[in-house]
Design a protein around this ligand. Structure first.
Ligand code: ASP
Length: 400
C-alpha cells in the first residue's frame, strides 16, 4: 500500500469510528442492521488466516539459512527474542488482570459455543495439542497452533535441503507476498467493517448509555496497553545498561529509528534506518545485520503486550473465566504469533484473531478494540523496533 493510500485509509478509519459511535448512539438497537458489514470484514480477514500463517512462518524460518549453522549468535538471539516476548506477554496479562479494564462492561457472544469451550484445557492437553496427527485436518479445522509448529519444522527442514528445497522456498515466499496483497485489499474494507464493529457493541450495550460504558472500557484498555508498552520499554532499557553495557547515548542515537517506527507503524520499513543508527552508534556490523532484519519479522515485544492485554480484556468483557492453562496458552501463542506477524501497519491483526480463536474469544470482540488500533499500532511498533535495537546491542556484547 502506498503512503498516500495508507494515510487515506487512516483518515477513513477515524471517520468510520466517529460514524460508528454516532450510529450506535442515535439508532440504538436499529444499528444492529449494520452488523453484517462487520461480519463480512472479519470473515475476509479469517479467509487468509491459514495460508498467510503457513506462508509467513515457512518463508520467515527458511530465510534464516541453514539452521544447523546458526551457532552461538543464533542461540543468543533466539533466547533473547523468546525471553523478551514472554516477559512482554506476562506484563500485558498481569496489568490487564490487575486493572480489569473490561470489568463493568459486558457483552454476550453471538456464538455461545466458542466461549463455552474456553477454560477447559489442561497444560498436558496444550502440549499434546501442539503436534498434529493430521496436518490437513488441522488446516481445515483451523487448529492454528498445530499449523504454526508444523510450519516452523517445515521451514527449518527447508533450510537444510539445499538446492532441492529452493523451488519450495520461493513458492512460499511468493505465497506470502500474494497473501499480503490480499490483506492490503481487505484493509480497504476496514472503514465499513470498523464502522459496523464499533456501532454494534454500542447498540447492544443500549445506545446512548452504551457509548459511555464502551468508551470507559476501551479507554481503560488503551491505558493498560500504553502502560504495558512503557513498562516493557523501561525494562529493556535496564537490560541494555546491565547486559549490553550501553546507556542513554544508545537511546539518543537510535531515536531517529524509533520516531520512524512511530510515524510509519512498520518495523520492516524502519529496518534500514535502525541498521544505520545502530552502526553509527558504534555497534559492529554483523550482529546489527543479523538481529535487526530478523527481529523486524519475528521479534515483536510491543505486539505481544497488545495481544495479551486485548485477549484478557475481551475475556473480561465476554465473561470468559480464565484458568492457569489459558495464561500459559496466551503466553505461548503470543510468542509464536510474533513469528507470523508481518512488520507492517496492523500486521498483527490476523495473528490477534488467531489468538482469540485459540482462547475462545468471539471474533466480533475484535471490533471493540479496532477503533483505537491505528494509534496503538504506532506505539507498539516503536517498542517492537526498540526490542530489536536492544537485541543487537546484547548480541554485540556477547560476540565481541
Ligand atoms: N505494525 C507492527 C509492526 O510493524 C505489527 C503489528 O503489531 O501490527 O511492527
Amino acid at each position: 500500500m502506498s503512503k498516500r493510500h495508507t494515510m487515506l485509509l487512516l483518515y477513513s478509519i477515524i471517520v468510520s469510528v466517529i460514524l460508528g459511535v454516532a450510529a450506535g448512539w442515535y439508532m440504538g438497537e436499529d444499528a444492529l442492521m449494520f452488523s453484517w458489514m462487520g461480519t463480512l470484514f472479519l470473515n475476509a480477514l479469517k479467509m487468509v488466516v491459514v495460508p498467510l500463517i503457513v506462508a509467513a512462518i515457512i518463508s520467515g524460518v527458511a530465510s534464516l539459512g541453514d539452521v544447523r549453522k546458526l551457532g552461538k549468535p543464533g542461540g543468543i538471539t533466539f533466547l533473547y527474542f523468546i525471553v523478551t516476548t514472554l516477559i512482554a506477554a506476562m506484563i500485558g496479562m498481569s496489568l490487564a488482570e490487575i486493572a480489569v479494564p473490561g470489568g463493568d462492561f459486558h457483552l454476550t457472544p453471538s456464538d455461545v459455543s466458542i466461549a463455552a469451550n474456553a477454560g477447559t484445557t489442561s497444560i498436558g492437553e496444550i502440549l499434546l495439542g501442539l503436534i498434529s496427527p493430521n496436518i490437513v485436518a488441522s488446516a481445515a479445522n483451523m487448529d492454528l497452533l498445530q499449523l504454526i509448529i508444523f510450519s516452523i519444522i517445515f521451514g527449518a527442514a527447508l533450510t537444510v535441503t539445499g538446492e532441492k528445497g529452493k523451488a519450495v522456498s520461493s513458492f512460499f515466499e511468493s505465497l506470502n507476498g500474494i497473501m499480503m496483497v490480499i490483506v492490503g485489499w481487505i484493509m480497504y474494507l476496514s472503514p465499513f467493517g470498523i464502522f459496523a464493529l464499533v456501532a454494534t457493541p454500542i447498540a447492544e450495550a443500549g445506545g446512548k448509555e452504551g457509548v459511555i460504558e464502551t468508551f470507559a472500557a476501551v479507554g481503560g484498555y488503551l491505558v493498560i496497553v500504553l502502560s504495558g508498552l512503557v513498562i516493557h520499554s523501561v525494562l529493556l532499557f535496564i537490560v541494555l545498561i546491565f547486559i549490553a553495557g550501553r546507556g542513554i547515548t544508545y537511546l539518543r542515537d537510535v531515536l531517529p529509528a524509533l520516531l520512524t517506527a512511530l510515524s510509519t507503524s512498520s518495523s520492516s520499513a524502519t529496518v534500514p534506518l535502525s541498521i544505520e543508527c545502530a552502526t553509527d552508534h558504534g555497534l559492529p556490523k554483523s550482529p546489527v545485520r543479523f538481529v535487526i532484519p530478523l527481529g523486524s519479522t519475528i521479534n515483536m515485544n510491543g505486539t505481544a503486550v497488545y495481544q495479551s492485554v486485548a485477549t484478557i480484556f475481551l475475556a473480561q468483557v465476554y465473561g470468559i473465566d480464565m484458568v492457569f492453562s489459558d495464561y500459559v496458552l496466551i503466553a505461548l501463542t503470543t510468542s509464536l504469533a510474533s513469528i507470523g506477524s508481518a512488520g507492517i501497519p496492523q500486521g498483527g491483526h490476523i495473528m490477534t484473531l488467531m489468538l482469540f480463536s485459540i482462547v475462545g474469544i468471539p471474533a466480533e470482540g475484535f471490533g471493540l478494540i479496532l477503533g483505537v488500533d491505528w494509534f496503538l499500532d504506532r506505539m507498539r511498533t516503536t517498542l517492537n523496533v526498540w526490542g530489536d535495537l536492544v537485541g543487537a546491542a546484547v548480541l554485540a556484547r556477547f560476540t565481541k
